[in-house]
Write a protein that binds this ligand. Structure first.
Ligand code: FMN
Length: 332
């Protein structure tokens, strides 16, 4: 049977303190580019009323050149606590973007130092900052000085197996003023392959005073509990496990607070949720939202009976009605 030790249960049922911000949950919904827009976050929030949510990452230098802020920085007054995630390698642009994020209503600013995508690392952002620790620390320091809210960082354990420098890197970020570190237990070279190496999260937790959040391969309540026990981390962040399953953060949160497992959502509930997601994307983004919904819809039905063909059809929908028709066909 799944259970937490009484000490761990006590710790994990107390609020998470991120500098001046208190969050009444130790489970966080990660930033996911192309996924964690306002529509998705609303669904996560329904099941996880107090967890920290994150926007998709936003490039600071892009904001600098725009007249209007991009929609990814839009925050619903109902969805606090929320962090706006920024990336770039220029401290001045990051400070400017962070001030705009505060005006948007962000509760914290998160700095992305983990993205492995070439397009971003080539410009010196995301995980490439692991190779430029001085610049990374300078970014944190500059942003901390620019805004009155906590600044946090999300990163990986190193560039590749030859360069696992997270211990030194994490210390520098803390010294520069970061108020929380989320650590994805993979190197940049690993991308999303192989296993997350939680042992590195445990090592980082031992040397930092700020909260350390474990990330990587949290796909269930069971894996979250195992990760918390193995790492001693202050919380867990869910990522791919929430694709087509916005219930996950709430399920883990409920277990950490009560020691009880919530009943899994029924097939019908999952389909209703998919429909709401589709409708929401249509209302929020119009036809572009329908195109974006295709991947979400295929994730929702993963593992359902006859999912292969259904996924294929869902990946080509052009309207809400078409999506509803296909989703309803699951229950017939
Ligand atoms: C589709 C997708 C988009 C992502 N976008 C972001 C992002 O915008 N910012 C970020 O810090 N990490 C991003 N990540 C990384 C995740 O937040 C997370 O660190 C990673 O998936 C590891 O956790 P997991 O093994 O539970 O999926 C993204 C990952 C995926 C799969």
């Amino acid at each position: 049977m799944l259970s937490l030790s009484p000490t761990l249960q006590t710790k994990l049922s107390t609020p998470l303190t991120i500098g001046t911000v208190q969050v009444n949950s130790r489970v966080l919904q990660s930033p996911l580019s192309g996924v964690t827009d306002l529509v998705f976050r609303r669904l996560v929030r329904r099941y996880a009323p107090s967890s920290m949510l994150y926007t998709e990452m936003v490039q600071a230098s892009e904001i600098h050149h725009l007249q209007e802020l991009p929609r990814v920085m839009e925050v619903d007054p109902q969805e606090h606590p929320i962090s706006i995630q920024l990336f770039d390698c220029r401290p001045d642009f990051m400070a400017e973007a962070a001030r705009k994020a505060v005006a948007q209503g962000a509760d914290t600013i998160d700095i992305n130092m983990g993205c492995p995508v070439n397009k971003i690392t080539k410009k010196g952002g995301g995980s490439s900052l692991l190779r430029q620790p001085e610049v990374a620390a300078e970014i944190v320091k500059t942003v901390v000085e620019a805004v009155p809210i906590p600044v946090t960082v999300k990163t990986r354990i190193g560039w590749d197996d030859q360069e696992i420098n997270i211990l030194d890197f994490a210390r520098r970020l803390e010294d520069a003023g970061a108020q929380m570190l989320t650590l994805h237990g993979r190197t940049r070279a690993q991308g999303y392959t192989g296993q997350a190496r939680w042992e590195w999260i445990a090592k980082v937790k031992e040397i930092l005073s700020i909260p350390v959040i474990a990330n990587g391969d949290i796909f269930s309540v069971e894996s979250a509990v195992r990760c918390l026990m193995e790492t001693g981390a202050d919380g867990v962040m869910c990522s791919r496990g929430t694709l087509g399953y916005p219930f996950l953060v709430g399920e883990i949160d409920y277990f950490l607070k009560t020691g009880q497992l919530l009943p899994q959502p029924s097939l019908d509930e999952r389909l209703q949720c998919a429909k709401e997601h589709l409708q929401g994307l249509w209302e929020y983004k119009g036809q572009r939202g329908i195109y974006q919904s295709r991947k979400h819809m295929t994730w929702y039905v993963k593992g359902f009976p006859g999912a292969g063909e259904l996924r294929d059809q869902l990946s080509r929908i052009t309207s809400v009605e078409e999506g509803y028709f296909l989703l309803d066909s699951v229950l017939i």
